[in-house]
Design a protein around this ligand. Structure first.
Ligand SMILES: *Cc1c(COP(=O)(O)O)cnc(C)c1O
Length: 418
């Protein structure tokens, strides 16, 4: 072995000894989640805040994020599916919790028994709730053994929710079920199509439709406590669509639905360690299909994250990572488990830290940059990071290693912050 190789080998060993090398990990800053929750709650000016932690907290980890959001003042939690809701209860989280996307015929009983509030977008859904209502608990989050439901109205999105023409019949059936003691209409909800497009005329149309739906509920003798139409964009920037509750997802994670970051702090930093470094000749093909070739003799760094970890395959030859103090573009295709970075003549060591994306504060790319590389939105970039990538939590709400985090009392979340 050449002397220079020997020396660089020794330096690499020393560098590795300084820090524990992790193959790859997503570091989640729970202090950022808590601060973002406070910011959104302040921005929403008087409306209560539902922290949306569906899709495993947009990839950040539903239970830890839920705890941090509750510590930051979230009034309730929201998820899409029933299994997501039941899993949060299984993690020991007892805060008010709603789930709004489910299929009649699916097993509802575990969710109802756990006091989960359910979205009801049709008569079929209401019938399913009524037939499972016998397991409703009589705890503080249900009304004397009745199932709390949120009637979901389509005010124009064309997705989940009852059409306005079918709303009166659904409301009458809900009112009858209330009188029968099986359900309680806890909320009325809808969702905007263009909340992130300032001034879009559809916002006013949907707000008017939602007001009509509230009027119809009241005319049917119903008085839902929560009236909610808006998401993060509404909390930040659409005062007329907040009603008395906003459902915030993306902002909790420090990402903005707008071009402007809005004071939010990104919570996820995706890291990997350089797994292999090697010198290759000019003209070396890199990766499947040889879509990249080295222009000169060069140093290649192997970064062990690929599409199996949630790196979009479309990032081949365009996505950038932070390595050795600068941004460098991925060389060649993204493989299932790895990408390669051409580092030219720079001195890159095995075990060296690579940041795929983070806050951007130190020069690294952000989830917004990655959304740009891959023609998608920041939501997808963080949410798609696979469970194969270990999450490590930092911040005051982070569970200590070996700590039974699941047993932390949620009702004391405010008190347990710091
Ligand atoms: C995901 C979701 C939200 C959260 O939206 P963000 O833009 O992430 O704040 C709110 N409401 C509904 C119905 C959703 O599905």
């Amino acid at each position: 072995m050449r002397a220079t190789g020997q020396i660089s080998h020794q330096r690499a060993e020393a560098a590795r000894a300084e820090r524990q090398v992790r193959h790859a990990e997503a570091v989640i800053d729970l202090d950022a989640v808590e601060a973002n929750t406070r910011l959104l709650r302040r921005a929403a000016a008087g409306a209560a805040l539902m922290a949306v932690v569906k899709a495993d907290g947009y990839g950040h980890g539903a239970a830890p994020v839920a705890r941090a959001a509750l510590a930051g003042g979230a009034d309730m939690l929201g998820v899409a599916t029933l299994p997501e809701a039941v899993a949060l209860r299984g993690a020991g989280i007892v805060a008010p919790l709603a789930a709004w996307l489910w299929t009649p015929g699916e097993d509802l009983r575990a969710a109802i028994a756990a006091g989960v509030q359910v979205g009801v977008p049709s008569l079929d859904h209401l019938a399913a709730v009524c037939s499972a209502a016998d397991v409703a608990p009589a705890g503080p989050d249900s009304s004397a053994g009745r199932v709390p439901v949120h009637v979901k109205v389509d005010t124009g999105l064309g997705r989940n929710g009852v059409m306005p023409g079918d709303l009166p019949a659904l409301l009458d059936a809900v009112a009858a079920a209330e009188r029968a003691g099986t359900v309680e209409m806890r909320g009325i909800m809808s969702h905007l199509a263009c909340a992130d497009v300032p001034g879009d005329p559809s916002i006013d149309v949907q707000v008017r439709g939602f007001k009509d739906a509230i009027d119809a509920a009241e005319a049917a003798g119903l008085n839902p406590r929560w009236r909610h139409l808006g998401n993060t964009a509404v909390a930040l920037d659409v005062p007329g669509a907040r009603f008395n509750l906003v459902r915030c997802g993306i902002g909790l994670y420090g990402l903005s639905p707008f071009a402007d970051r809005a004071g939010l702090r990104p919570a996820m930093t995706l890291h990997a360690s350089v797994a292999l470094v090697k010198r290759v000749p000019a003209g070396q093909g890199v990766g499947y299909g040889f879509t990249y070739r080295t222009a000169h003799e060069s140093t290649l760094a192997l970064v062990p994250l690929g599409y199996g970890d949630g790196i979009p395959r479309s990032a081949g030859n365009v996505g950038q990572v932070w390595l050795g103090g600068k941004r460098r573009t991925i060389a060649g295709r993204v493989a299932m488990d790895q990408v390669v970075v051409d580092c030219g003549d720079d001195d890159i060591r095995v075990g060296e830290d690579v940041v795929i994306f983070g806050s951007g504060d130190d020069g690294e790319p952000t989830a917004d940059d990655w959304a740009g590389y891959c023609d998608t939105i920041n939501y997808e970039i963080v949410t798609r990071i696979a469970s194969r990538v270990p999450r490590r939590y930092v911040g005051s709400g982070a569970p200590a290693v070996g700590d039974a985090a699941a047993s932390a009392p949620e009702s004391g979340a405010e008190g347990s912050a710091q």
